[in-house]
Design a protein around this ligand. Structure first.
Ligand code: SAM
Length: 358
């Protein structure tokens, strides 16, 4: 597959030509089927530049659903088992798309709300101002758990606080907005780079391949390039393809690596509990004591623990005792050393301090 290229054509045909299980991430910003019937005017009688392009028009909901089913099915074929897909939409289409995706077997990991800081007002005052769009982030299915999620990077990106699923980002305006010779917007729905930056930093690694079947002005490709990822775009309008090509070729400034490269400290070595047994730091046959309840579990030679008739990892047995869906066993179990009860996490850190991050 040729990388960093924009294929001119209909994605329904072009997706079929790509190799299955070949892309790490798909970002799809499809037609929303907004069904705008009449022109919209501001109170001063100027016309609002809504999305009335022919590519956004479908004869019926059934046609729209059939179109979306076809490209979504191809996307599921193309994404690697370790990959994931993002689809963005508004209230006009996202519920239809969500249902189609679930029926195809995709598994929703997050529903992210893009909260626009500067939405277009509701000129008639007949409804609330629409200030959000929705992104569905999905893995290939419930069983596909090895998708990329750069949790620590996103936490750092968010000033040290866990990032939530509500993203406050302004509309694409100012110098970032591509304009035609007439000074008007070159494309009705150009997305802000910040939105794509979060998507790509969070869910890909350097050199990954990102596919965008509705490339438009190429925001996905531009951000992928600035983050040193590869992209494949598909766009059926040649004028948009040319615009995107020029935009991407002219990029000289890349995003600062500090935004998307993990610190050595963040990239801490994962230590399986069994490693501490292998290293003789904890011995098979010793007892672990549960936080608060003091319930006891026996350490087994293979790194599992036995609690009554249940056997499993320190995390699984911790969750069982607490009756919670999950448990960080490192923070739950104590062990006795020099007549003192200490958290097993301390032993892990002592072990880690003698080893550097890879
Ligand atoms: C919502 S816009 C994407 C905007 C893009 N994310 C950006 O930031 O510029 C959808 C794009 O998909 C293109 N398109 C619509 N139907 C298509 C199809 N069947 N195959 C390929 N491109 C299509 C349209 O021409 C339009 O540029």
């Amino acid at each position: 597959m040729e990388l960093n290229t924009i294929i001119l054509g209909d994605c329904l045909e072009e997706l079929k030509k790509l190799q299955e299980n070949s892309v790490d991430l798909i970002f799809a910003d499809p037609p929303y089927n907004m069904q705008l019937k009449n022109n919209l005017y501001r109170p001063n009688n100027t016309k609002v530049a809504g999305v009335d392009d022919s590519w956004d028009k479908f004869a019926s909901f059934a046609d729209y659903d059939a179109f979306c089913l076809a490209w979504l099915r191809e996307c599921r074929r193309l994404v690697k088992d370790t990959g994931s897909i993002w689809v963005i939409g508004s209230y006009h289409n996202i519920f239809r798309i969500g249902a189609l995706m679930l029926n195809l077997g995709f598994w929703i990991l997050n529903e992210v709300t893009w909260h626009k800081r500067n939405p277009m007002p509701n000129f008639h005052g007949k409804r609330f101002t629409n200030a959000t769009e929705t992104l569905l982030w999905c893995s290939k299915g419930e069983a596909y758990k090895k998708y990329t999620f750069n949790y620590k990077l996103m936490k750092r990106y968010n000033g040290g606080k866990q990032m939530t699923s509500v993203w406050q980002i302004g509309l694409c305006v100012g110098a970032e907005r591509l304009k035609g010779q007439d000074g008007k917007k070159a494309h009705a729905t150009q997305k802000p780079e910040e939105l794509l930056k979060r998507v790509i930093v969070a869910t890909t690694k350097q050199n990954d391949i990102i596919l965008d079947p509705f490339f438009g002005t190429g925001t996905t490709g531009a951000v992928a390039k600035k983050l040193k990822r590869n992209f494949i775009g598909i766009e059926k309008e040649s004028s948009y393809r040319a615009l995107a090509q020029k935009r991407i070729e002219s990029i000289e400034d890349f995003f600062a690596e500090a935004d998307w490269v993990e610190d050595a400290k963040e990239k801490q070595i994962r230590v399986p509990f069994a490693r501490l047994i292998k290293e003789g730091i904890i011995k098979a046959g010793e007892l672990l004591y549960a936080r608060q309840s003091g319930a006891k579990a026996l350490v087994l030679a293979d790194g599992t623990v036995q609690y009554k008739s249940a056997r499993g990892s320190i995390h699984k047995i911790g969750a069982l005792i607490q009756e919670t869906p999950s448990c960080n066993g490192w923070q739950f179990w104590y062990i006795v050393r020099d007549h003192e009860s200490i958290l097993i996490d301390r032993l892990r850190h002592t072990y880690l301090s003698g080893h550097s991050a890879p």
